[in-house]
Ligand binder design. Structure first.
Ligand SMILES: [Zn+2]
Length: 88
């Protein structure tokens, strides 16, 4: 439903640029009573990748879990904050 393109410096790992794209056709087809919240969840998930967070961590209460309830988990969760703090 979303994708990102990240360009990073090969030696430092620092992000040089990124873009996030949402597939509005797939989002519009998703049965969700909270469409704007759903879009927020997918956008925030893709932004998580910009912080080098990976998909499907072992903790299911994560914005990065692809099977999260997107009408409920729309922002970074405690697990996600801890991972970003661990990386940076
Ligand atoms: Zn992802």
């Amino acid at each position: 439903m979303g994708r990102n393109d990240i360009v990073a410096d090969g030696s430092t790992g620092y992000i040089i640029s990124f873009s996030i794209k949402l597939n509005i056709d797939r989002l519009a087809g998703a049965s969700c009573p909270d469409f704007s919240g759903y879009v927020q969840s997918v956008t925030a998930h893709e932004l998580g990748h910009v912080f080098w967070l990976a998909d499907n961590p072992p903790n299911t209460a994560s914005l990065m879990n692809q099977n999260r309830d997107k009408s409920v988990i729309k922002t970074p969760q405690a697990y996600d904050y801890a991972n970003v703090n661990a990386i940076y």
